[in-house]
Design a protein around this ligand. Structure first.
Ligand code: RB5
Length: 157
């Protein structure tokens, strides 16, 4: 590997909707127990909320460079992924398995991990978070590929 894992030990911002609130709380404790400084962007309970609002808070903070890494959770992880990948410089990866989590770092330099709280259990989620944080980006040809799509202007055609 010639890439970096920059950001893997820095502060992390996390957010979820109601559907994944219990898993967010569990992931937050997991990270805090590992010594990470965690900013919780909400939501604050299991009452129904709009996932886009929380996805935008976390994605905006990563997009602006305030955090190098973020974690988003909703029921499936799909809605949060759609929101997050609208933000410049955000590479959000929905990873409900360990292989995707590892490859999202090695090849895609994912800076937001998305989890489906109604798809995976707690034990697998903790493993996924651990692997995602520990795996470095390989750089090289993969950086060239990221540069290619990072240069795509926002457009509707
Ligand atoms: C909430 O009911 C659900 O739609 C949301 O958590 C998420 O799965 C959306 O993609």
């Amino acid at each position: 590997m010639n890439g970096s894992n920059e950001g893997s030990t820095g502060p992390i911002i996390i957010g979820s909707d109601h559907a994944a609130f219990p898993l967010k709380e569990r992931v937050k404790r997991f990270l805090q127990n590992k010594g990470f400084q965690v900013t919780d962007a909400g939501c604050g309970g299991e009452a129904s909320v709009n996932y886009a609002e929380y996805g935008m808070k976390v994605s905006g903070a990563v997009s602006r460079g305030e955090y190098k890494r973020g974690i988003l959770l909703c029921g499936t992880g799909l809605g949060m992924s759609m929101v997050a990948n609208r933000f410049p410089h955000v590479r959000a990866a929905l990873c409900n398995d360990l292989f995707s989590a590892q490859m999202s770092r090695r090849h895609n330099d994912a800076n937001i991990l998305v989890l489906g709280g109604r798809v995976i259990g707690e034990a697998l989620a903790m493993e996924i978070v651990g692997v995602w944080l520990d795996t470095a980006f390989e750089g090289g040809r993969h950086q060239e590929r990221l540069d290619t799509f990072d240069a795509i202007p926002c457009r509707n055609e």
